[in-house]
Design a binder for this molecule. Structure first.
Ligand code: LLP
Length: 417
């Protein structure tokens, strides 16, 4: 996928700004997003599916910064949210409720109430208990919740086990066997308006086959439900399309679009998609500075970003490509790129081949725009790092680095301690 982080005359740019300049003003580490890349990915995805006239709801969990959400909202995207917090972010970013779907296995009554009051488009319900709770909450408000049941098609997404969701042993969705009966129940509940079917089998998929298998099963279910007189107006096909991190070659959005059109040909419905990573991952990088170079058993390059800032390598063995912000003629070396956190898992890349970095150099971890900032935390009492958005020659800090005073004032020491 094309992005707008490229070297010119040996210097890495974000669109038309030298990253060095941003680093000097903002300090390191920081996340940097390209507005042009975000917008382009939104357009590419919509275009790949245009035959279906889809509603594309960006998965807010991938990148929930208000500026990013507003930008994507302006391209016509809706939002897939999994908590009241994400719903409030989407609303605050100006995404209309009519383009918001609410996913997740553990929605609480208060969250349902908020979403119903906003009149969001659809709840993707994942269990019989949740369905009954939602019906009660809606009833108390004198409303009906528009519901799709999220089914679990029992397919292997062939991705990392921690981001697979579509096998029957996963906590997600309602089994295909149980779905027809639960649909029948749902039509009898006074607070529920049954509108559709939803599915999501996992994330970072690098082949179309698992999608195809799942979607064929969804199609059969839709046909069965319609034959039984249950109106299925929306078909939500989830997210999951993979991106190249470091050499992977996931299917192009256009190939995904063709497969979807083929599987659902002749079936009329409002199609919904929930891409997260495909929109945001390659629209962001993490810029970090080398603090120390250390030679022991192995050669370590210790940088100022840690596993708390970007959890993906520690959590999923993810491998993000790394480039020098200023290209050098240094001899290529094989190093381990590690953060300062006191955990052996705080290693971003093992056996990284790179022109030997020097202390003080800036490095960029690529493909960090999705599930980077949103999963970051302040372990080791490290401050959350800022986010910067670039467009052409301009940039803005879209989340500021907090101060140590901000950090300290969150805790309360009772007078009896
Ligand atoms: N819809 C639902 C219901 C989801 O659970 C997810 C992701 C998406 C859509 C968006 O999937 P995407 O298009 O981004 O693959 N933290 C992990 C990824 C977790 C994905 C969770 N659900 C990572 O960094 O790889």
């Amino acid at each position: 996928m094309m992005d707008y982080f490229n070297h010119r005359d040996g210097e890495l740019y974000a669109e038309d700004i030298v990253l060095h300049d941003i680093a000097n003003k903002v300090g390191t580490p920081f996340y940097c997003y390209s507005a042009a890349t975000l917008t382009r990915h939104a357009e590419v995805f919509k275009d790949a599916l245009k035959q279906l006239k889809p509603l594309v709801c960006f998965a807010v969990k991938a990148n929930s910064n208000l500026a990013v959400l507003k930008l994507l909202g302006k391209t016509g995207l809706g939002a897939d949210v999994v908590s009241e917090g994400e719903a409030r972010r989407a609303m605050a970013a100006g995404i209309p409720a009519s383009r918001i779907v609410f996913s997740g296995v553990g929605k609480q009554p208060g969250e349902m109430r908020y979403a119903l009051e906003q009149d969001i488009l659809q709840f993707n319900v994942e269990s019989a208990s949740e369905l009954h709770t939602l019906s009660e909450v809606a009833g108390l408000l004198g409303k009906k919740a528009r519901v799709a049941l999220r089914v679990n098609p029992d397919v292997d997404a062939a991705t990392h086990v921690k981001i697979s969701t579509g096998k029957k042993e996963n906590k997600f969705g309602i089994s295909m066997d149980d779905a027809p009966a639960l649909y029948a129940t749902a039509t009898l509940l006074s607070g529920i308006d049954v509108v559709g079917v939803s599915v999501h089998i996992g994330s970072q998929l690098t082949s179309l086959e698992p999608f195809r298998d799942a979607y064929l099963r969804v199609r059969s279910l839709v046909e069965l439900l319609r034959a039984r007189g249950i109106a299925v107006r929306t078909i939500d096909l989830g997210g999951g399309l993979g991106v190249p991190y470091d050499g992977e070659a996931p299917p192009l959005p256009s190939a995904y679009g063709e497969m979807v059109s083929e599987v659902f040909s002749g079936l009329n419905a409002q199609f919904i998609f929930e891409p997260g990573r495909m929109i945001a991952a390659n629209a962001g990088i993490l810029v970090t500075r080398v603090i120390y170079v250390k030679h022991s058993e192995r050669s370590y390059v210790i940088v100022d970003a840690g596993m708390n800032d970007l959890m993906r390598p520690a959590l999923y063995d993810a491998r993000h490509a790394v480039v020098a912000v200023t290209e050098t003629k240094a001899k290529e070396a094989v190093v381990d790129l590690a953060g300062p956190v006191c955990e052996s898992s705080d290693v971003f890349v093992k056996d990284l081949k790179i022109p030997m970095p020097q202390e003080g150099d800036l490095l960029a971890l690529r493909s960090a725009g999705a599930y980077g900032a949103t999963m970051s935390n302040s372990y080791n009492s490290r401050l959350l790092i800022p986010e910067v958005l670039v467009s052409g020659k301009k940039f803005s800090v879209i989340r500021a680095r907090p101060s140590y005073a901000d950090m300290l004032k969150q805790d309360v020491v009772p007078d009896w301690v």
